[in-house]
Ligand binder design. Structure first.
Ligand code: TYM
Length: 334
């Protein structure tokens, strides 16, 4: 079993990233023993699909690395690095560009969403981004990739690329990876609109919980979160069609460890005026210590850079055999 996942270092880590992915990264890290390792990285090469000043990009990488450590990623036990320090990612992407099909990439919903109506003006990197993601995963022979629901299509593409490469060149080079997407937290929704996912790109900061939000702001965001006028039902089946209510209940459950049925039993018949303070208290309790660890580490650039340099050294060594295998399989090197 080899676990690998990545995150774009753009803006803050939000509750969707944390519950959809990072928390599972930490849990998987805790389960791994011996030589089997987890690889977690900042996808800074992916971030070039949108323009950013060099100073902002560097700051984002450091801050996101500090946030991952604050969430519990232990650089002694897992390999934590940024993609740009491991050139094998960019090299492998170029090799896989021969295998990936235009039609496959054209169907990627994330490209369509992000490019919007202005496809002609989108960067080439935004279009070929999923091939780099395939390179990220395949370089390390990852078997399990813990992500949120929105990455499922990219991982299906990764599988297609792995299978086609192995078949075309008659090799067993790439391991075909499995996505790992726990159901209840697969898609944490916006606090302002239960039909949109919680996202860094939403212009309203009130739509998301950032792991840097202080206690007062957390309480305020939950108090102002959109809900409906109905009380919480005693039967979870009656949550159907109530996207905002379901989202808040799922966030509660993610921290309390209860399923929807138990939460509905506990709060059934009560309005959101009673539920929201309990939810806010739970968030303050769980996120406060993460925020404190983050603030203590974030400005220690020396410590963060040392972690990333050492992580990149280990990652490069792990990626090397697969990269060489791809060159050889394609007749580019012997
Ligand atoms: P990114 O940076 O958009 O998100 C990082 C992780 O957070 C998850 N996520 C969510 N989960 C539940 N609810 C939400 N509202 C929510 N928002 C984000 C994402 O699914 C993701 O797991 N392309 C990737 C980064 C990447 C990658 C990889 C991932 C690059 N290479 C290789 C896995 C393997 C991305 O942009 O994630």
């Amino acid at each position: 079993m080899r676990v690998l996942s990545g995150i774009q270092p753009t803006g803050n880590l939000h509750l969707g990233n944390y519950l959809g992915a990072i928390r599972n990264w930490v849990a998987m890290q805790e389960e791994m023993t011996g030589e089997s390792r987890c690889f977690f990285f900042l996808a800074d090469l992916h971030s070039i699909s949108e323009h950013l000043s060099p100073a902002d990009r560097l700051r984002n990488v450091r801050e996101m690395a500090a946030a991952l450590v604050a969430c519990g990623i232990d650089p002694e036990r897992s390999v934590l690095f940024n993609q740009a320090r491991v050139p094998a990612h960019a090299e492998m992407q170029w090799l896989l560009n021969g295998t990936a099909r235009m039609g496959w990439l054209s169907r990627m919903t994330q490209f369509k969403d992000k490019a919007g109506k202005n496809r002609e003006g989108a960067s080439v990197a935004l279009f070929t981004y999923p091939v780099l993601q395939a390179a990220d995963v395949l370089l390390y022979q990852a078997t399990h990739v813990p992500v949120g629901e929105d990455q499922k299509q990219h991982l299906e593409l990764t599988r297609d690329i792995a299978i086609k490469f192995n078949t075309d060149f008659g090799v067993e080079l790439f391991t075909v990876p499995e996505p790992y997407i726990p159901k209840e937290t697969a898609r944490i929704m916006s606090l302002r609109d239960g039909t949109a996912k919680m996202s860094k790109s939403d212009p309203s900061d009130m739509s998301r919980i950032n792991l840097t939000d202080d206690d007062d702001l957390l309480v305020q965001k939950i108090r102002k979160a959109k809900t409906d006028a109905e009380p919480i039902p005693a039967d979870p089946a009656e949550l159907a069609g109530r996207a905002e209510a379901t989202n808040l209940i799922d966030i509660y459950g993610a921290f309390s460890g209860q399923d929807r049925a138990a939460i509905c039993q506990q709060f059934g018949g009560q309005g959101f005026g009673a539920f929201k303070p309990a939810l806010a208290e739970l968030l303050v309790h769980h996120l406060g210590p993460i925020r404190q660890r983050y603030l203590a580490l974030k400005d220690d650039h020396g410590a963060i850079d040392a972690i990333l340099i050492e992580g990149a050294r280990k990652a490069a060594a792990a990626a090397h055999p697969t990269l060489m295998g791809a060159y050889e399989a394609m007749g580019l090197m012997r």
